[in-house]
Design a protein around this ligand. Sequence first.
Ligand code: RM4
Ligand code: MN
Ligand code: MN
Length: 396
Amino acid sequence: MPAKTDEIVFKALDSFKIELPSWGFANTGTRFGKFVQAAAATSTEEKFSDAGQVNKFTGCCPSVAVHVLWDFPEGTRSIGEVKAAAEKHGVRIGAINPNVFQDQIYKHGSLGNPDPSVRQAALQHILDCIEIGKATGSRDISLWFTDGSNFPGTANIRHRKQWFIEGLKAAHDKLSANQQLLVEYKPFEPAFYHTDIADWGMSLLMSRAAGPKAKVLVDTGHHYQAQNIEQIVTWLLSENMLGGFHFNDRRYADDDLTMASIDPYQIFRIFHEIALFEWETGKRADIAYMVDQSHNLKGKIEEMIQTANIAQELYAKAAIVDRKSLAYHQEKCNLVDAEECLKDAFSTDVRPAIREWRRAKGLAEDPMAAFRASGYIERATKERQAKNLGSISTYA
Ligand code: RM4
Ligand code: MN
Ligand code: MN
């Protein structure tokens, strides 16, 4: 690989961080059942401990997104304890995810519920999360709503839209100067007729209505089949409205499989559009890269290391696209040459350069092998198996 390519890869990796979700370390399953893993995290502290391992071996995952209901059992009263646990394991608390979907009151929605007292309760929880974010120094409040309906005629879609705007505005009002709202969309599930924030356009309108510190969050699993996600990404970038990503892969619906396991070219194309935007504008796109996966079958820490590895690899491949040639070929409508520009970069084996980058950073060349050799999983199994096998697992 030419020295120049190595240099580009090094620079790209230096700037690339991806946030881990606390919920990726606990036992999860499908609606049909859960296969409990003996070594899975059983507490918020154990989730941080596991995330700390991923960061220790990959060097690119310094922060952990938290789900407030699952990680802050006492709400704002848990802040001190949770903060201390993160510090102890060398990770930072990242995006704060409110949970306005699990409580019984949310059967017919949260901010879009026809009952004003439920809307108020949902707003109050989001405001508590904003306070938690202030206390933990987290910039992002990451909002995902299950709101919607299952049957035609059962909900007033326009009223619900208005209630959402009111709620998001009220939340936006309470942000500190360095906080922001990320508004996630999803076309269906759990609602199967209409979802209040179903696609990026709705999310964009909601964010704009909420205020200047609200942006769109793109979860790669939250689209209809065949949707061109990288086009959404470029449009949001050009509108300065791309706030962040939840990465995962899918084949059918919101499958939450390992990032790039089904279609690595998809993630490469997303990273390429971001790199192209940064190259053309000369400015860094301020994007929260986050993982949102559910590890039901693979070992959770191993799956997360695998995810961090592939994320780095695809980010590096996107960085080495010959953008000057690409621009030339696009201009001349040289279709084959333009396409080959992307494919050349995608086909380049950047792994030797990544290994070298790791060596230079004092990291293990092979994070997975180093983790396996560390004995961590054996220790965790011993410590946690009684709790895991003896309890009915929850999504938290
Ligand atoms: C949703 C969505 C949210 C995540 C929950 C657990 O499908 O992706 O981002 O917080 O799952
Ligand atoms: Mn998500
Ligand atoms: Mn999802």
